[in-house]
Design a protein around this ligand. Structure first.
Ligand SMILES: C[S@@+](CC[C@H](N)C(=O)[O-])C[C@H]1O[C@@H](n2cnc3c(N)ncnc32)[C@H](O)[C@@H]1O
Length: 227
């Protein structure tokens, strides 16, 4: 099945609300567990004031988990949708006030150099963000600019199914009890996402081929490494 891109930024209020209300806890926790496992594997610990950037953070669920798990690091969620960041900021409570903040940034503008982003990350994280980019090179180029040398990367995203029928089947299997708007978005996301082979090629083209891509299950791939 060919890729059908979807709008990059998620700004439609009903769509943002449905996404923020949805329970993605299983997938969200996998990002934190994946990072823990990788740190252990390479024998690295995070230090006080290290910076973790969550790129395309949406309503901030993963930022919150990271900020709780590593309360001594700085966590910054970046997203180009004010509507999404409003949802994230609503949940900012005192316990996060020291180590979690959000910034409104359109990521293509970092890739093109239109916007300077002063922060440099020790760890770059993203979940279900890559497939939103009409031109995935822009995503990788932005990440190269905002990561320090030896930056740790962990990215997760959906795998594009082989056919519309398979995408429909996955939507019904995983979101059968979800609101219609979420199901519609999930279906659009499956059609907009990339295959593992395409992501491998993107990484080669971006000079990031040291990052490893592997399929996690029938829905997701993970990209992990240090560069
Ligand atoms: C499917 S949501 C994922 C949100 C979050 N990472 C999560 O897993 O819950 C994708 C997010 O990426 C953001 N996004 C997409 N393209 C972007 C861009 N070019 N610049 C900044 N944010 C972008 C959208 O606004 C949206 O909030």
């Amino acid at each position: 099945m060919n890729r059908t891109p979807e709008p990059e930024l998620m700004k439609i209020p009903s769509q943002v609300r449905a996404y923020a209300d949805a329970d993605f806890s299983r997938s969200d926790s996998m990002v934190v567990k994946g990072l823990e496992k990788y740190l252990k594997k390479i024998g690295k610990t995070l230090n006080k004031n290290d910076l973790i950037l969550d790129v395309g953070c949406g309503p901030g669920n993963i930022c919150e988990r990271i900020a709780k798990n590593w309360p001594f690091v700085k966590v910054v969620g970046i997203d180009g949708s004010k509507e999404m960041l409003n949802e994230a900021e609503k949940k900012l409570c005192k316990s996060f006030s020291n180590n979690l903040t959000y910034e409104l940034i359109e990521i293509n503008s970092i890739a093109t150099g239109e916007k300077k982003f002063e922060l440099k990350a020790d760890v770059l994280v993203s979940n279900s963000a890559l497939h939103h980019f009409h031109d995935p090179c822009r995503f990788w180029n932005a990440l190269k600019k905002i990561g320090k040398e030896n930056c740790i990367h962990i990215h997760r995203d959906l795998i594009r199914p082989s056919s519309l029928e398979k995408a429909f089947e996955l939507k019904e299997k995983y979101l059968s009890n979800s609101p219609e708007i979420l199901k519609k978005d999930f279906y659009a996301s499956l059609k907009a996402s990339f295959t593992v082979e395409e992501v491998n090629q993107q990484l080669v083209n971006a000079g990031l081929s040291q990052l490893e891509v592997f399929q996690v299950d029938e829905l997701y791939f993970e990209i992990i490494g240090c560069i």
